[in-house]
Design a protein around this ligand. Sequence first.
Ligand SMILES: Cc1ncc(COP(=O)(O)O)c(C=O)c1O
Length: 394
Amino acid sequence: MTLPFDLARARRETRGCEGVTHFNNAGAALPPAPVADALYGYLRQEELEGGYEVMERRHGELEHFYAAAATLLGCDPAEIAFADSATRAWNAAFYALDLRPGDRILAGSAEYGSSLAALLHRQHQLGVEIVWLPDDARGQTDVAALASLIDARTKLIFLTQVPSGNGLVNPAAAVGRVAKDAGIPYLLDACQALGQLPVNVDEIGCDLLCGTGRKYLRAPRGTGLLYVRRSLLETLTPHELNHHAAFLVGTHRYRLRPDARRFECWERSYAGQLALGVAIDYALAWGLDAIAGRIVELAAELRRQLSALDGVTVADRGAQQCGIVTFHAAKTSAETLQRQLAERGINLSTVPASANPVFTQRHPQPPLLRASLHYYNSREEIGRFIDELRKLLG
Ligand SMILES: Cc1ncc(COP(=O)(O)O)c(C=O)c1O
């Protein structure tokens, strides 16, 4: 028997709920009070004591981030690196791969724009070939097609588990089984998945994973993480080094750190790192299964109510769907509606048609509105949002 979700507590611990209806969790979620307080408290101590001194005094708590992230992902703390964004984490992994002209990368069709730019950069720089994987009839990555496309030149499989511009969840674990059978490194963008659904690196079978703090994990902006499977670590050469990523052992010699922190920089927001650890603990305390269950239920309710509105089309695809709900209205642009709703205290974002040219070419669609729900959102908020939207659409 599952316990009822303690919504009252979730909202009490989310101070932002008092002032706004926040359906932009795929942009940046409202941090819960314990996370925000950890951040402010640490910054206050830096102000009063000095940044290096606080870092030393609170060393153990700062280290806890690695243990918390390892618990979240089901890996070893030595396989975790702190990053200031998912993009930085993704780039650190991607640019460390030993790719040669003619190598093939198999990538999903709904990748994030900054990854797309980096893929194209490597294509132009190195002459690697990028193959965009087909989608199946439900709109998610076609796993059978992936298996048939693998050949001797394939050096990387790349997938975004939850695309930022559609409500679908890609079959990350099925892709992992194909990657493992073929012995090909598998890089997973779990940016929208962390904190929204359970993500276990062994169950999924990915070798590299990037995530961000500010979205479903509810951590501050400027935080993220990278996971590197231990067995892959020695095959990767960090694209850039510093005196934290490598030890200086002579006038002409250095030695790389033995763990994933070889992808880090020494300087960072330590307040952010501390707060990311607190945010992960907070998510784990709610339980990722409970969180996912609550979010899926709310999003299904929102899709149902949106579909019943005249002239509104829900654009979400996929056999499995998540808290991201995308839609468009026949007579009013996404941009206009977003602005009008913001004026009424309801935060949404838009998905421009230019966000991902690969996806848009395959699935032509107008610019979309994106309502991304978290467990602290309520049915009352959904009701108010639908009422406002109905009024705006006349
Ligand atoms: C699927 C996905 N991947 C990667 C990113 C990039 O994350 P960050 O802005 O932390 O670099 C985003 C951000 O929206 C995203 O939605």
